[in-house]
Design a protein around this ligand. Structure first.
Ligand code: NDP
Ligand code: RET
Length: 334
């Protein structure tokens, strides 16, 4: 997949944001710090996580945290004192992000690790190392994602968007779940999308071999995130490990890198999109908000419960997706 320069370097543009208060100051991303007070900008920014919870002594894993929403989530949780493992496919980009966050927050416990969700061998190696090196895990944020990529397959032959966005995180969660249970109360946060509304689980052609539309394939993978969260939460009842999904909003990030049209739309309309920091608020909320301590199986947007499509509430499909995912990954997860 192509590598695109970080969005701030790419545009060099500032963006309007709130002029006053901690929120405005914190969400001012480097290189985009022109302050324009605007009610409209506040509206675009959407909900924010108001929790002041501290996370000293807590261990967090965030996938795909070298850029975009994941990086801003990592920055916030590092500020709260957590030990943050940023799990990324490109170790150089991961180390650059980790060292930037360490320098900015003063939290030296921000650690970069290699994880390629498009390769189950890499996922297993990451989990093995993590379990050997770290005693605890309290928050797992399944954030990494790929959107609109041309047809391609993961190392294991899964369609790329389903493989990375759903199956990779499914396997990662399976491998880390015992540690989360031992450290409960613990939380699993799955970054899905409003795009799940356009998805369906095409069991007869999961890997798009008969027909492939890259936009729809993304929607299917994000519906899979919602269904996985639902079934996982049901299975975790009574364990004090919660699982919630979320839509971060429409966020100005590198997610659109595979589409020239979307890249231009994102540039032209950047004023109407959330910054990555604003887009991270619902992930942060699901990870730390005190009022969500025992809330599970829910879907959030703008730091509040949001509407899930009828297909995202279909328990039969959720169960079938669970067993098909286990089969594809060669795991037994009862
Ligand atoms: N931006 C938006 O408007 C929206 C985003 N989302 C979701 O938010 C999440 C974060 O996206 P966003 O920050 O916007 O996008 P970015 O493209 O900025 O970040 C995506 C991250 O995922 C990583 N990633 C991609 N493929 C793999 C892989 N095979 N293994 C490990 N990591 C991988 C990327 O790594 P690398 O930098 O190396 O490519 C990057 O760190 C995604 O799940 C996305 O679907 C949902 C709705 C809207
Ligand atoms: C309304 C509007 C836009 C809408 C974009 C939307 C709605 C994007 C959704 C993206 C998602 C859901 C991505 C990932 O999951 C544009 C194109 C910026 C142009 C300006 C007006």
């Amino acid at each position: 997949m192509g590598v695109v320069a970080p969005l701030d370097a790419r545009t060099g543009r500032g963006r309007a944001r709130e002029s006053a208060g901690d929120w405005g100051a914190r969400c001012r991303c480097p290189g985009r710090d022109r302050v324009v007070s605007s009610r409209f900008r506040r509206y675009v920014a959407g909900g924010r996580c108001k929790s002041t919870a501290r996370l000293e002594g807590k261990v967090v894993i965030i996938t795909g945290a070298n850029t975009g929403i994941g990086k801003e989530t990592a920055r916030d949780l590092a500020r709260r004192g957590a030990r943050v493992i940023i799990a990324c496919r490109d170790t150089a980009k991961a180390e650059a992000a980790a060292s930037e966050i360490r320098a900015e927050t003063g939290n030296q416990e921000v650690i970069a690790k290699k994880l390629d969700l498009a390769d189950t061998k890499s996922i297993r190696e990451f989990a093995e190392r993590f379990l050997a090196e770290e005693k605890e895990l309290h928050i797992l944020i399944n954030n990494a994602g790929v959107m609109l990529c041309p047809y391609s397959k993961t190392a294991d032959g899964f369609e790329m968007q389903l493989g990375v966005n759903h199956l990779g995180h499914f396997l990662l969660t399976f491998l880390l779940l015992e540690r989360l249970k031992q450290c409960a109360p613990a939380r699993i946060v799955n970054v899905s999308s409003l795009a799940h509304h356009g998805g369906r689980i095409r069991f007869h052609d999961l890997h798009g071999e008969k027909s492939y539309n890259r936009g729809l394939a993304y929607c299917h993978s994000k519906l899979a995130n919602v269904l996985f969260t639902r079934e996982l939460a049901r299975r975790l009842q009574g364990t004090k490990v919660t699982a919630n999904a979320l839509h971060p909003g429409s966020v100005y990030s590198d997610l659109v890198r595979h589409s020239t049209v979307m890249t231009w739309l994102w540039k032209i309309f950047s004023f109407f999109l959330k910054t990555p920091c604003e887009g991270a608020q619902t992930s942060i909320y699901c990870a730390v908000a005190e009022e969500l301590e025992s809330v599970t199986g829910q879907y959030f947007s703008d730091c509040q419960p949001a509407y899930v499509s009828p297909r995202g509430r279909d328990d039969e499909t959720a169960k079938k997706l669970w067993s098909v995912s286990c089969e594809l990954l060669g795991i037994q997860w009862d």
